[in-house]
Design a protein around this ligand. Structure first.
Ligand SMILES: [Zn+2]
Ligand SMILES: [Zn+2]
Length: 94
């Protein structure tokens, strides 16, 4: 088990896998190599990729101004996905 974990960690370090903490445990996802955001649903745990506009240039600018190195490979946007939203709306309508 720990060997598998180390292998996953090494792939994550290399940027080939992106690691997330969901429900208190580490989850891994095989991502595209380009800069992207992770749209994470807090209800169903789905993670979707969304390509970063301008290759994340806006974040580089903020990082330069704020003297902060941002790791956009790990950019996470938390919220609720469309299907959960629609499911919630149906529940609310009952
Ligand atoms: Zn990713
Ligand atoms: Zn969802």
């Amino acid at each position: 088990m720990s060997t598998v974990y180390r292998a996953l960690s090494a792939l994550a370090e290399a940027g080939l896998l992106h690691a997330f903490i969901g429900d208190g445990e580490a989850r891994y996802r095989l991502c595209t190599t380009g800069r992207h955001y992770h749209l994470m649903c807090r209800r169903c745990g789905t993670v979707r990729e969304y390509p970063a506009e301008d290759d994340g240039a806006w974040l580089d600018r903020i990082a330069a101004e704020a003297d902060f190195e941002a790791d956009l490979r790990k950019a996470e946007v938390h919220g609720v996905c469309g299907s959960c939203l629609r499911a919630g709306r149906e529940e609310a309508a009952d």
